[in-house]
Design a protein around this ligand. Sequence first.
Ligand SMILES: Nc1ncnc2c1ncn2[C@@H]1O[C@H](COP(=O)(O)OP(=O)(O)OP(=O)(O)O)[C@@H](O)[C@H]1O
Ligand SMILES: [Mg+2]
Length: 392
Amino acid sequence: MTILCQPATAPDDDLVPDLGGSVKSVDDLNAALRALNDDPAEDLVVVGPSVDTDTALRFAAQLRFDRPVAGVILVRDVVDVTLLTEALRAGVREVVAAGDTVALLAACERSRVLSDRARADLRSHDEPEPTRQGKVVTVFSAKGGCGKTTLAINLAAALAAAHGERVCLVDLDLAFGDVAISVQLDPVRTISDALPMAGHLDTTGAASLLTPYRPGLDMLLAPIAPGDAEKIPAALVGELLTVLRGMYDFVVVDTPAQFSEHVLTAMDVSDHHVLLTTPDTPALKNLRLTIDMLDLLSYSRDIRSVLVNRSDSKVGLSTADVERVVRSPLNGQVPSSRNVPISINKGVPIVIGTPTHPVSQAITRFANDRLLSRPVAVRTRAFARRGAGRRS
Ligand SMILES: Nc1ncnc2c1ncn2[C@@H]1O[C@H](COP(=O)(O)OP(=O)(O)OP(=O)(O)O)[C@@H](O)[C@H]1O
Ligand SMILES: [Mg+2]
């Protein structure tokens, strides 16, 4: 639709049939503005010769900011260079000599094409960029030394090896993180470098913190300087994981052996919780406490896996014993092997160094069955409830 601004008293009625398409006539530019506001699809105002030039130019200049998609065409009795220069400056799309009906019709057509393009351009800017929605997987055990770091590294490597998934391993054991040393990486950049970006972290900032390890597998390493861990606020962990999940297919989080605020924040944003135990009484007692705690905090059981590390340990409890404690079937068992510490001493995760090893196969099977082949479960909204109960 085109708005024709031409006072009713003006003699130039001939303009109307020359504009192409449907035309709404208004008496002055205020009415033209109202008509534009009434209908967001209006995209052309033709200002007839009897409307004052300065007023028309001010109108065009304002419209350029308020409604950049709309065009203004000025019809004047006299068209000269001065007028053309001023019109150009004001953002008028074309100036047409009164009476030149062919030129006016062509100008209207050109303006409509421009408006359509501008509208399409605006739409494409409005649409959010397609982002990854990777899965965040937190590996946890409340008892130290169960093999969290070993599992987290190998799980990340197994996921990265599968179908070209992009994976980031985050070392959230902020005080005693040993991911870097386990894979012989020099921690030049660590989570500490995220501190100045807290509250406004974006993908570029997050990418600057990462240490590439292998194709498809990057690492966000733990701080190295003593005391740095305490400076990392838990909220920054949530921010980091949220940004990273937009960059990777999987974000695997290694944790310390306590329910810190940082761990709980990671649990909040996680799509999957991998609870690790070894087949001994203290580890199982801690696993039971962990499960009770997670239930209490209303984390969904659907996103939980329980994995027994060193499951064939000679002095260990049986699978049945473990399942009794867990009150559900186990989701994976990783055997014990001296090749595991050997692989760590070499700095090459066993899944990468010896993919056929029973330990590698158990971890790869777990990755396939529990993480790669499952759709993302609906995450629980435990955060708010926990916030009300536990946080200040
Ligand atoms: N399946 C396994 N077979 C043999 N040794 C293992 C196995 N899994 C882990 N280990 C060894 O157990 C030790 C502890 O493992 P790891 O550091 O991964 O545990 P963690 O839970 O991360 O410990 P922490 O709580 O101190 O962070 C390491 O020496 C590792 O090599
Ligand atoms: Mg560890």
